[in-house]
Design a protein around this ligand. Structure first.
Ligand SMILES: C[S@@+](CC[C@H](N)C(=O)[O-])C[C@H]1O[C@@H](n2cnc3c(N)ncnc32)[C@H](O)[C@@H]1O
Length: 206
């Protein structure tokens, strides 16, 4: 049986144009900046968790990355990204799964999450997410995470979110992930309102 969350996100991606959702970015500049900041190289592997229809993979394919995966609870989101990429979609591993129930079959050098972890308002869901994170992120791998900041909206896509600053996010990630640096970034929604995000980089230390 489909979860409430899966039905929600399937409806969103089946009924809305990708450019009209609040989180849309034509170019994912903050993610590219974060990758630059950790000194990422195209020889590394990356999983975009809750990547939806983001163009991050397009940008990384353009830059020569060849070991990319996008996971999302919505198959419709992934199909949208695949259609956009055309033949290039075959160069990406697409994973239709709920992060809370997923069993990673391998490890990645970089785990990227923009605006997904903040939907986990239940402690048990966050615990499950972190278990998957530790299964799927390589030793010494990097976590790039963006959530709504403390001054950001209380809801996203009609769902409640949990907001963070860098220190509460670092406390949430725990001792296995060492906080490297954090900053805030103002995202402009397509209709002009500003949504402040907390961005943070972590390094897996155990
Ligand atoms: C606000 S959107 C952000 C999409 C993308 N990261 C971006 O920056 O454009 C949140 C995404 O998380 C996905 N999502 C929500 N809950 C999820 C879950 N439990 N497991 C996997 N994906 C989930 C949604 O389908 C959606 O694509």
């Amino acid at each position: 049986m489909k979860s409430h969350e899966e039905r929600h996100w399937q409806t969103v991606y089946s009924t809305k144009d990708p450019a009209e959702v609040s989180w849309h970015q034509s170019i994912p500049r903050p993610s590219l900046k974060a990758l630059e900041q950790i000194g990422a190289s195209s020889a590394q592997s990356l999983v975009d968790v809750g990547g939806g229809a983001s163009t991050l993979v397009d940008e990384l394919l353009d830059r020569g990355w060849r070991d990319l995966a996008v996971l999302d609870i919505s198959g419709a989101a992934l199909e949208g990204a695949q259609t956009r990429l055309g033949q290039r979609a075959t160069d990406v591993n697409w994973i239709a799964a709920d992060i809370r129930n997923w069993s990673p079959q391998r490890q990645w050098d970089i785990w990227h999450d923009r605006a997904v972890f903040h939907f986990l308002v239940e402690a048990d869901d966050r615990k499950r997410y972190k278990e998957k994170l530790l299964q799927g992120l390589a030793q010494d791998g990097a976590l790039i995470m963006a959530t709504f900041a403390l001054s950001g909206p209380e809801r996203c896509s009609g769902l409640p979110v949990r907001r963070y600053d860098a220190s509460s996010l670092a406390a949430e990630m725990g001792p296995d992930l060492q906080f490297v640096e954090g900053w805030t970034d103002d995202h402009l929604a397509p209709w002009g309102s500003i949504q402040t995000f907390t961005w943070a980089i972590f390094r897996r230390v155990s």
